[in-house]
Design a protein around this ligand. Structure first.
Ligand code: WTA
Length: 655
């Protein structure tokens, strides 16, 4: 595990001087604030909380609790409302300012919604939710495409103190069902269909299928997006536009405790079903507003665009809550980077004069492969800052993003964080940090990362190990919904007293962090987070399958792809048809993002004498690293190795 890194003097880009002058934070200020945030966290966060957020009742204490006890709380005694902070307080000075620029899948469709309009829509919808029986603390599932109604629905829940659980529109009806059941949602908000790259996504149909197993969902609110015919349950389904028309435009925001939940968002871990990461209100809002301002060096006049889907944490924190808390103009895009052409992102940048652009390495890799012309034929002169998130970005891709997209004038913020962390933890600050292609560089204020070995001891510079965070910060999750013990076991058990991130990393001699990716059984496919066990369970549901194991293989565009080993039941003959059927099985039970890239048949899985699958060996074979398979002396069935290698050779089209 602890491979020593060769000490390469990595390439640096100094902060552009024009940028450094205008940025909020320069190097000296970063050092000063960082020191203060570590030495006096209460003073530091107490001041920021007052600066970034409007409190209805001031908090009495800044924080309590610890990682040891897994009982952190922030801004204790304070009362606030997230929708008030994202809307009402901006009306006086920014009522006419555009809050959301919506760009449709079809380039001819655009909508602009001002803060005043958004406030009214949210208030009407919030009253609608109340009319249909939703109260403070109730869970509401949102299964919508990237349309402004997703923001309206989230903020309307926040307005009345209901807890939203947004489910990514690419998930199947089964995935939707398990998420609805796990947090016992009372209502689902969906659309007739979604549209991506001209193709329709049957959201209402998926919802109908999911709800067959969810007796507690009494109402479904449906946004009319395409207008195509859909099945309608008379006593259950309600049109969104009718709720809006019928809703009173006055809705007093419910002032809730800082520590009350804002949302649940499901994410995958090493084992078991996806877990409902629960974020509370005060700490989360302070943290996302502050990171949004300083990491993107967001100024009042900027047009800001994050390309993530609202179904993921990046969408929650950096399309909705962070930007809107700062009264920013946030762009929301319904479509995909390659439709109608590979210039689409840059055309949108030009059309809306985007200044800050935040996307995922997988998109950059896909666009880079198509050549520079799709980029160079657009202007992009409005751009001043670029960002990435979701997976490591390799230096060549970083360079392309920097030189070709940003024409060497826009700093890149490579932001490292997770669903659990709520906001960005490690990233350059554009006016303060020298950039190193491939490194997320330095911790944000209040964040104390450490690299530890197997036993939890800090390890040397330039040696890779496990990335942990030593002290709590305001954006961190509160618990796993309905399973606090799992929260403790997942994050605080293996290494005591710190937060275990699940990522591998090393720190160089200048203190910069290089994140290598997950070191557990989580796979990042095109930046989407999936657990191997979920995919294995899905394969096992098929009647022909007796055993399955899933590992990640590197993929040029997706970053990682899914490689599955499957043994069939004795009487079943493996076939190409069956492979296709199994791929379909996973698509249908989880969603297209979880489809295995390749399936390899195997008589048996390699197991240790204690019955554990030797994943390390499966990973090596899948990656074609068969020269050095490591120590296999504990295998109870060493004969499988030969078969694994033989079968792997048949999949030669996979590199
Ligand atoms: C990975 C996404 C390298 C990491 C916000 C983490 C990254 C997981 C980076 C969380 C980055 C995210 N460099 N790896 N800049 N950003 N990751 O929960 O493995 O969907 O643990 O949150 O993404 O994924 P999640």
């Amino acid at each position: 595990m602890h491979t020593e890194r060769v000490n390469i003097m990595s390439k640096h880009y100094e902060v552009p001087s024009t940028f450094a002058k205008k940025a909020y934070i320069n190097e000296a200020l970063y050092q000063k604030w960082y020191q203060q945030s570590i030495d006096e966290p209460e003073t530091f966060w107490g001041e920021r909380a007052k600066e970034f957020i409007s409190w209805h009742t001031p908090f009495e204490a800044v924080k309590s609790g610890s990682f040891e006890k897994a009982d952190m709380r922030w801004f204790i005694g304070g009362k606030l409302n997230a929708s008030f902070n994202c809307l009402d307080r901006h009306l006086k000075d920014n009522g006419k300012k555009v809050a959301i620029i919506w760009e449709g899948d079809d380039p001819n469709e655009t909508r602009k919604i001002t803060y005043k309009e958004l406030h009214e829509l949210v208030s009407r919808f919030a009253n609608g939710l109340k009319n249909y029986g939703i109260q403070k603390g109730d869970r509401v599932c949102i299964y919508l495409p990237m349309i402004p109604e997703v923001a309206i629905a989230m903020l309307a829940c926040a307005r009345i103190g209901a807890i939203h659980s947004v489910v990514f529109g690419g998930f199947s009806s089964d995935s939707l069902k398990t998420r609805i059941l796990d947090s016992d949602c009372k209502m689902v908000i969906t659309a007739d269909e979604g549209i991506r790259a001209g193709k329709k996504i049957a959201l209402k149909e998926n919802t109908d299928a999911a709800l067959k197993g969810c007796p507690n969902v009494k109402k479904v609110i449906v946004v009319k997006r395409t207008g195509n015919p859909i099945h309608w349950e008379k006593n259950r389904d309600i049109w969104y536009h009718e709720v809006i028309e019928g809703g009173d435009p006055q809705c007093e925001p419910e002032m809730i405790d800082s520590d009350d939940p804002l949302f649940i968002l499901y994410t995958s871990g090493s084992t078991g079903r996806p877990k409902g990461v629960l974020h509370t209100t005060g700490g989360y809002l302070v943290y996302v507003a502050m990171t949004h301002k300083y990491i993107f060096d967001y100024h009042e006049e900027d047009i800001y665009w994050c390309t993530a889907d609202v179904g993921w944490i990046t969408g929650h924190s950096y399309i909705i809550y962070g930007p809107l808390a700062n009264a920013a103009t946030t762009v929301m895009f319904e479509g995909v980077p390659h439709y109608p052409s590979f210039s689409r992102y840059w055309e949108i940048v030009d059309k809306h004069k985007v200044n800050i652009f935040y996307t995922a390495p997988t998109a950059i890799r896909a666009l880079r492969r198509e050549g520079d012309l799709f980029v160079s034929k657009t202007s992009r002169k409005s751009l001043k800052l670029l960002g990435t998130v979701g997976e490591p970005i390799n230096p060549e891709v970083w360079e392309w993003y920097y030189q070709v997209v940003g024409e060497g004038r826009c700093p890149i913020v490579d932001t490292w964080w997770q669903t659990e962390t709520g906001g960005i933890l490690i990233s350059p600050l554009p006016g303060a940090t020298a950039l190193k292609p491939g490194s997320a560089t330095l911790p944000f204020f209040g964040i104390e990362p450490e690299i530890v070995d197997e036993t939890g001891k800090p390890i040397k510079t330039n040696t890779s190990g496990k990335l942990v965070i030593k002290k709590p910060w305001p954006g961190f999750m509160k618990t796993i919904y309905g399973d606090h013990q799992r929260f403790i076991d997942t994050y605080f058990k293996e290494v005591k007293g710190v937060y275990l991130t699940g990522d591998g990393a090393h720190r160089d001699e200048e203190g910069d962090y290089w994140i290598s990716g997950r070191n557990d059984d989580v796979i990042k496919v095109s930046g989407h987070r999936l657990g191997t066990e979920e995919i294995e369970s899905s394969l096992l549901e098929h009647p022909a399958v007796s055993e399955a194991a899933v590992v990640a293989i590197p993929h040029e565009i997706k970053g990682e792809a899914i490689y599955a080993y499957v043994s069939t039941k004795a009487e079943i003959e493996p076939s190409e048809n069956l492979k296709q059927e199994l791929k379909r099985q996973v698509r249908n039970s989880i969603g297209p993002i979880a489809t295995p890239e390749e399936i390899q048949w195997t008589e048996a899985l390699p197991k240790t004498r204690s019955g554990k699958i030797m994943r390390r060996l499966l990973r090596k074979v899948a990656r074609n690293e068969i020269e050095d398979l490591g120590d296999v002396s504990t295998l109870s069935n060493p004969f499988v190795i030969e078969e694994l290698i033989r079968e792997r050779k048949k999949n030669q089209d996979i590199p």
